[in-house]
Design a protein. Structure first.
Length: 425
């Protein structure tokens, strides 16, 4: 069987963790390809509730190998904590030797930069992800595999930390990081992570060659993509399908399908344009019903109606062949549900999504409404259980976005899933 990519199609927080956990029953490998511990996935199943930030969401299936690819930036303390909390062993988790490390100075710089921006802050999580990617591009990064060569690593760190401390103290007015403490941390990381560090692209390629199912797990969402998102209010990596290829060393012919995960409405965390944002009582109602607070930060998420313009753009950029709709049950009991089908920008109607943030901020949503439903969709698992109102809403989403709905999540638990069409053959 080929690989299948499951990608967040909006501004993140679409419920990818739950979907990956559901699909991983039939997967040999679940592979994460981008982002860092600024992502948060929640998995709920018979084993309990798992809140994950770096470890892929396939950990609850004993037969599934979980892979952290080279496109991920890794905070070793967070990774070690998740390994211990979930009792993971090296035959269940592998970390690419080419993945870059989030170092203590990255966290310091991230927070100081955001403070310096003041009112123009981007809303980063302050976990060092952006500065780690900057160092990767500027060829100052430290890769996971370098932990295994302490002598060479210490030589490199002496120069790098000296430079970073100049930046921290002279530009940002912060306190310098301690080189000896960082040396000690790297020794600790090496001793605990060494058995997990591998050339993971070989594992993924071998599974594909053996016709085993490989699920590629996205972090964040397509509209936060560094190249294709609402720049500059984006993440520091590529959550879109292109990031899966560079972030895991895969070829495009590896794929049998690419699915986009969409909430039945939209959410966004932090700053940036959000055309369909709902203010006031309606937004608060959805936020409270669905518990729309960040897994990583705890911040309240901004709430909006489903944005069909953004969804079509996301589907095109990623080549989605199917939609996975989550949080459908949150819309139970609404008299009217709105779907944005076009924008008005400077008096002109358009169905094109402008990634220019200034222009998108001027976009006024043009809505079409669907009559709500009173019957509950919570926990349904069979197609004949979908009420006519919910079915009409899903049909409308298919028409607006132009791709079929294949899976619907009807609750947070693994079992609360409705399969309309098999995603993996």
């Amino acid at each position: 069987m080929p690989a299948y990519a499951v990608i967040g199609a909006q501004w993140g927080d679409e419920g990818k963790g739950k979907i990956i956990d559901f699909l991983a029953e039939n997967a040999a490998i679940v592979a994460r390809y981008s982002g860092g511990n600024n992502a948060g996935h929640t998995v709920v199943n018979e084993g309990g509730t798992f809140k994950l930030h770096l470890v892929p969401s396939g950990i609850c299936w004993p037969h599934t190998m979980n892979v952290i690819g080279n496109g991920v930036v890794v905070d070793p303390d967070v990774l070690i904590k998740e390994i211990n909390e979930n009792n993971l062993v090296p035959n269940r988790l592998s970390v690419s030797d080419r993945a870059h490390l989030i170092m203590p100075y990255h966290v310091v710089i991230d927070q100081l930069e955001e403070q310096r921006r003041g009112d123009a802050a981007l809303g980063t999580t302050g976990r060092g992800v952006g500065p780690a990617y900057v160092d990767k591009v500027s060829r100052q990064g430290i890769r996971v595999g370098e932990l295994l060569d302490a002598e060479d690593l210490n030589l490199r760190l002496t120069k790098i930390v000296g430079f970073k401390n100049e930046l921290i103290t002279k530009i940002y007015g912060g306190d310098p990081v301690d080189l000896d403490n960082i040396f000690e941390q790297t020794r600790k990381w090496a001793s605990e992570l060494a058995p997990y560090i591998k050339p993971v692209e070989n594992l993924v390629a071998a599974a594909i060659d053996k016709k085993e199912n490989v699920i590629v797990e996205g972090a964040q969402g397509a509209l936060l993509d560094l190249d294709h998102g609402t720049y500059p209010f984006v993440t520091s990596s590529n959550p879109t399908v292109g990031g899966t290829l560079t972030g895991l060393g895969m070829g495009p012919n590896s794929y049998g399908g690419v699915a986009g995960v969409f909430k039945a409405y939209c959410t966004r965390v932090g700053a940036g344009p959000f055309p369909t944002e709902i203010h006031g009582e309606q937004g608060n109602r959805i936020r409270e019903m669905a518990g729309e607070f960040g897994v990583t930060t705890g911040r309240a998420r901004r709430i909006g109606w489903f944005d069909g313009v953004a969804a079509k753009y996301s589907a095109r950029v990623n080549g989605f062949d199917g939609m996975i709709i989550t949080r459908l049950d949150t819309l139970d009991g609404w008299d009217e549900i709105k779907i944005c089908v076009a924008y008005e920008i400077d008096g002109v109607r358009t169905d094109q999504f402008p990634v220019d943030s200034v222009m998108l901020d001027r976009a006024k949503p043009i809505y079409e409404s669907v009559t709500g439903w009173t019957e509950s969709t919570r926990s349904i698992t069979r197609p004949n259980q979908i009420n006519q109102g919910a079915k009409a809403y899903l049909n409308k989403l298919e028409k607006v976005v132009g791709i079929p709905v294949k899976i619907v999540s009807t609750g947070p638990h693994r079992k609360e899933t409705l399969v309309l069409e098999d995603l993996m053959s």
